[in-house]
Design a protein around this ligand. Structure first.
Ligand SMILES: [Zn+2]
Length: 425
């Protein structure tokens, strides 16, 4: 199968391309990028006035399978991903049957093989059952194909154990993703600590619970020379600590999620449980600093932290509702609306945070439109505005904080491995 994409505005930071060009795809690879390509092909796609970019690599996604298929499955989650322009996802290990041993990893791999619609990469747990007591078999899990380890949803409190995990990860070339939360500080909190939490009568979570742990994990990594990736950065102090550490050329990277630059704690005044996330939505000042962190490059990656929950877990009292929001189908549009349209990032910078940067951090050969690369490509109508509606989600859960919001930019076509995998029209 040969495909030709004509006249698109190609943004490919990996190859420093930002130009009106054609792309020729042969089988599953990119065979040529250039002006006025003439070739006999099976299908020509007109991409005039559209952005053409590598498929997004979302390195923080909860697919809930195995164990909670009522919330999401590999099948439904990857279909939602394709609709959002995401061709590769890193699946987090905190499933009901946790990815903490060979046997569970095999089970997950077999489900992915049978039902996945996109490229699913796997992160395993740092500790067994994510209890922070005993390390998983990192070398064995790596042999069986994991790319990263994380106890996401929890932080490893025990410093000695975390150091050991970092050493193991270094030895076996596995990325460590840090969920930074000191529960002795955040304990029982449900939203950001401050005036709003007092006004709503809800227990607060201070920024300190996050940035203290960010500082600790960076210090441990620094001491050992290990590389770490800080997940879902939400506050100003974390950005400052990461910025400082990066100046010392640490092998350190960080991500944030669209809800941390699209909403603040003030959006919680209506007790909307779809805005209940962990870490919590912070102050307006933090939102500004997160955007600045993206602009300056301190934050390398935008990831969704897609966290599906059923209505039964969300349409209940605020304090009892689960933490987390879905994000696969809105992350690109939210980023265009909040970052590109507001002049925070240009297109090259945005595409970098969605493609080359996560590819580099994970060590995978995707996120580029270079000749010979795997043809994961998306075509985006950047002018089209749409209102997010619950009924339109392909995700099995509907817990999006963006419901009712007007966003700009929509994915028209997703090409995965050289084949059209999603077509909006
Ligand atoms: Zn997560």
């Amino acid at each position: 199968m040969k495909l030709l994409i004509k006249n698109g505005h190609v943004v490919d930071p990996a190859n420093k391309i930002d130009d009106i060009l054609d792309i020729l795809i042969d089988a599953n690879k990119i065979s040529l990028v250039g002006k006025d390509i003439k070739a006999s092909v099976d299908k020509t796609i007109d991409a005039t006035k559209r952005i053409v970019m590598p498929g997004i690599i979302d390195m923080h996604v909860h697919l809930r399978e195995p164990g909670r298929e009522d919330k999401e499955t590999i099948a439904s989650g990857t279909l939602a991903a394709l609709k959002g322009g995401i061709t590769s996802v890193l699946a987090m290990p905190n499933t009901q049957i946790p990815i903490d041993c060979s046997q569970n990893l095999k089970l997950l791999k077999s489900i992915i093989k049978k039902t996945s619609h996109a490229n699913v990469l796997i992160a395993a747990a740092i500790t067994k059952a994510r209890q922070g007591k005993e390390l998983t078999e990192i070398s064995q899990l790596k042999k069986e194909g994991i790319l990263a380890i994380t106890d996401d949803g929890a932080s490893v409190d025990d410093e000695r154990l975390m150091s050991e995990a970092l050493k193991q990860a270094m030895k076996h070339k596995v990325l460590v993703i840090c969920h930074c939360e000191d529960v002795s500080i955040s304990k029982d909190g449900v939203i950001n600590l401050g005036f709003i939490s007092t006004r709503l009568g809800l227990r607060g979570v201070s920024c300190e619970s996050e940035y203290r742990r960010v500082r600790r994990d960076i210090q441990l990594a620094e001491k050992l020379g290990a590389s770490i990736h800080i997940a879902h950065v939400s506050c100003k102090e974390s950005v400052e600590i990461i910025a400082k550490a990066k100046k010392k050329s640490l092998r350190l990277s960080a991500e944030t999620a669209p809800h941390y630059f699209s909403f603040s704690e003030e959006d919680l005044l209506g007790y909307n449980t779809n805005m209940k996330v962990n870490p919590p939505l912070r102050s307006k000042e933090d939102v500004v600093e997160i955007k600045q962190g993206l602009k300056s490059g301190v934050i390398d990656v935008i990831a969704s932290d897609h966290a599906p929950h059923t209505d039964n877990e969300k349409i209940i009292e605020f304090e009892r509702a689960e933490f987390g929001a879905i994000g696969l189908e809105t992350e690109l549009a939210a980023s265009i609306t909040e970052l590109v349209d507001q002049g925070i990032l240009n297109w090259t910078q945005l595409v970098q945070k969605f493609t080359v940067n996560p590819a580099k951090i994970l060590g995978i050969d995707r996120g580029t439109l270079g000749k010979g690369a795997i043809a994961d490509i998306i075509i985006v109508d950047t002018e089209r505005e749409w209102t997010v509606e619950s009924k339109d989600f392909l995700s099995r859960s509907k817990n999006s904080p963006f419901i009712g919001r007007r966003l700009k930019g929509i994915v028209e076509l997703t090409i995965l491995n050289g084949k059209i995998a999603y077509n909006r029209c």
